[in-house]
Ligand binder design. Structure first.
Ligand SMILES: Nc1ncnc2c1ncn2[C@@H]1O[C@H](COP(=O)(O)OP(=O)(O)O)[C@@H](O)[C@H]1O
Ligand SMILES: [Mg+2]
Length: 353
């Protein structure tokens, strides 16, 4: 069998840089070295692209960029380049790449920017395309489209930087407390707060503006959050549904990565009929938002049995303990098999876009 050159992109100029390091290290560790030749490209927090030739331990502890092997490298938007271009002094060298796996979370990686570059380059890549990645990154726009497709979403108010804050807060008050305030484009709960009164609401909006010029204020959805891992293109498969059990206020950054007071149940503690409905809704959302490759669709299940869309992640967490690979494993797609599937799907993507 021919070896495939797989370029893994990690890090990124995003608040989720650290999360990407952990996800990417797991991805790299689970790529079968007898069939894949792995090329590593790290992107620093500042946005510098470097080819790296070291181990995953140095990625996990964020020492990779100090490694002597690091040399400036990038993917050319030019279609004839077909790979990674490395610079050594005034010389450059091209390494051909079959598939790029951008294990990047959040801004400048999961939001359509890198996907745009990869589409221009003509190199197949894992995950959603430019438009879909951009739409899914913007919680406000994703919710509008999902609502138009007939799925419930949380009632919300959108505020843009420069809008009159007092009138936005007065309008949002009608949603009723408590409410969630989110930067429209963020992840890992960065910039998200829960407000119980007008003062907290005002402060929450100001805090969210530190992350984005567009802020969404959402009604609190009483119930619990479930996730559904989706894999494929136009006829995607769904894995077993999981459930987040919270004892604290909400699934914030600390909780997501420590699970100190919350718990993930896999499978979710729901009956088969509800699970089937959740999967069907996840597939509808995936198709509505033009996803391809993979995504994790997060929804709330309310006390009165409704499914309410929360958000979608086009590059969900990928550590060995992360929800997406766990859900797939539960459905008999082990982590190494998932890697093979994603790479095959990337190569077949042109047919489905
Ligand atoms: N409208 C809402 N009602 C109830 N809980 C919410 C709502 N929006 C967000 N949350 C809570 O906040 C967490 C983070 O919000 P989310 O929109 O998923 O952002 P992120 O992209 O950072 O994960 C969710 O996992 C959930 O616990
Ligand atoms: Mg979330």
């Amino acid at each position: 069998m021919d070896m495939k050159n797989i370029a893994v992109l990690f890090g990124g100029s995003s608040t989720e840089y650290d999360v990407s390091l952990q996800s990417a290290a797991s991805v790299i560790d689970h790529l079968n070295p007898s069939i894949y030749h792995i090329i590593l490209i790290g992107i620093t927090r500042e946005g510098t692209w470097l080819r790296y030739n070291g181990n995953t331990a140095e990625i996990r502890n964020d020492r990779w960029h100090t490694h002597a092997s690091c040399i400036p490298a990038f993917i050319s938007p030019s279609k004839n380049a077909g790979g990674i271009i490395e610079l050594t002094g005034t010389e450059y060298r091209t390494t051909p790449v079959d598939v790029v796996f951008p294990v990047l979370h959040g801004k400048n990686g999961e939001d359509g920017t890198v996907q745009g570059l990869l589409e221009l380059s003509g190199i197949p890549f894992v995950g959603c395309g430019t438009l879909s990645s951009a739409i899914c990154m913007d919680k406000g726009i994703a919710s509008q489209l999902v609502r138009a497709a007939g799925v419930d979403t949380a009632p919300s108010v959108t505020v843009f930087e420069g809008d009159d804050l007092d009138s936005a807060v007065n309008e949002a008050e009608k949603l009723g407390f408590p409410m969630y305030i989110k930067p429209s484009r963020s992840g890992s709960s960065f910039g998200i707060t829960k407000a119980y009164n007008k003062l907290e609401l005002t402060h929450g909006v100001q805090a969210a503006f530190l992350h984005d010029q567009k802020v969404i204020i959402e009604q609190n959805i009483a119930g619990f959050e479930v996730g559904c891992a989706v894999l494929g293109h136009s006829e995607p498969i769904t894995a077993e549904v999981d459930e987040i059990e919270l004892t604290g206020e909400f699934f914030d950054y600390e909780e997501k990565y420590s699970l100190r007071s919350s718990k993930i149940h896999l499978p979710a503690r729901i009956d088969a009929k509800t699970a089937a409905k959740v999967k069907e809704t996840a597939r509808l959302i995936y198709k509505t938002l033009g996803c391809s490759g993979l995504a994790r669709v997060d929804m709330f299940l309310t006390e009165d049995g409704r499914i309410v869309f929360n958000e979608i992640n086009t590059m969900p967490g990928f550590t060995a303990a992360s929800r997406y690979p766990n859900m797939m494993r539960y459905s008999d797609i082990t982590y190494p098999l998932l890697m093979d599937r994603l790479i095959e799907l990337a190569a077949a993507k042109e047919l489905h876009r």
